[in-house]
Ligand binder design. Sequence first.
Ligand code: IPE
Ligand code: IPE
Ligand code: MG
Length: 246
Amino acid sequence: MNIEQVKKNGIPKHVAVIMDGNGRWAQKQGSERILGHRQGVNSVRSIVEGAGELGIEFLTLYAFSTENWDRPKEEVSALMVLLIDAVVQEIDNMNEKNVRMLVIGDLCCFPSEVESKLKEAIESTSNNTGLNLILGLSYSGRWDILTAVRKISREIKSGNLEVGEVDEKFFESCLSTAGIPDPELLIRTSGEFRISNFLLWQVAYSEFYFSNILWPDFRKENLFEAIIDFQNRERRFGKTSEQIIS
Ligand code: IPE
Ligand code: IPE
Ligand code: MG
C-alpha cells in the first residue's frame, strides 16, 4: 500500500472508531476478557501511528461507554487499571510523536486516581501540535446532548441567552466536541452494525465503515483500507449526484 497515494486522494480530518471485539478475541483464545483489552492497546498504538502518518488531525476512540459501567465489577476494575497503565506508559510516546491527548466523557465518574492520571496526560501533551487523540471515556452521545441541553437551559434561565440564539452552531459549541469538526468517517470493528450511543449528534453525515476484524487484530493497514474505501464514496449531503459532480 502506497501511503503517499492514499494521502493524495484526500484524507478525512476526523476519524472516529468504535473499538469493539476485545472480549470475543480473548474468548477465542480461551483467555479472560481482560487479555483482549490488553491486546487492544497494541491496536491503539498502531492506529495512532497510522493516523499520524496519514496526517489525520483528529482521531476519536470510543474506549469506555456510559453503559460499560454496568459490566461485571471485576471487568470494570481491570479496565480502570489497564487505562491508568496504558495512559502513563504512553505519555512519552505521545510527546515524541507530537500527539495531543484529549478526553470526552464524564470524567467525574472515574476513581480519583484514574481521573488524575488522565489529567496528567492531557496536561503533559497539551502543547503538541500533531494528531489530536480524543478518548471517549464514560462517554455516550445522549450524555453529551443532555449535558449541552442542561447548560443551555441554565443560560436561558439566568437571562444570558435568548431561545432564538440556540441554533446548530451554538448547540455544537456546548457539546464535549466543541471546536472539533464532525467525523467524516466512523469505523466499527468486530462485525457489529450499531452506534452504541457514540457520537449521536456528530455523526449526522459521517460515512460508516464496518469491519469484521476484532479490535485486538486491527492494525494501521486496516485503517488505511478504511480510508481508501471512504475515498471511493460520494458524499451527497442531501443533494443529487449531479449537483456534487458539477
Ligand atoms: C470493546 O470490546 C471494549 C470495550 C467496550 C471496553 P468488548 O469488551 O465490547 O468486546 P466484545 O464485544 O465483548 O467482544
Ligand atoms: C461500544 O462497545 C462501546 C465501546 C467500544 C467503548 P460495546 O461492546 O459496549 O457495545 P454493545 O454493547 O455491543 O452495543
Ligand atoms: Mg463489545
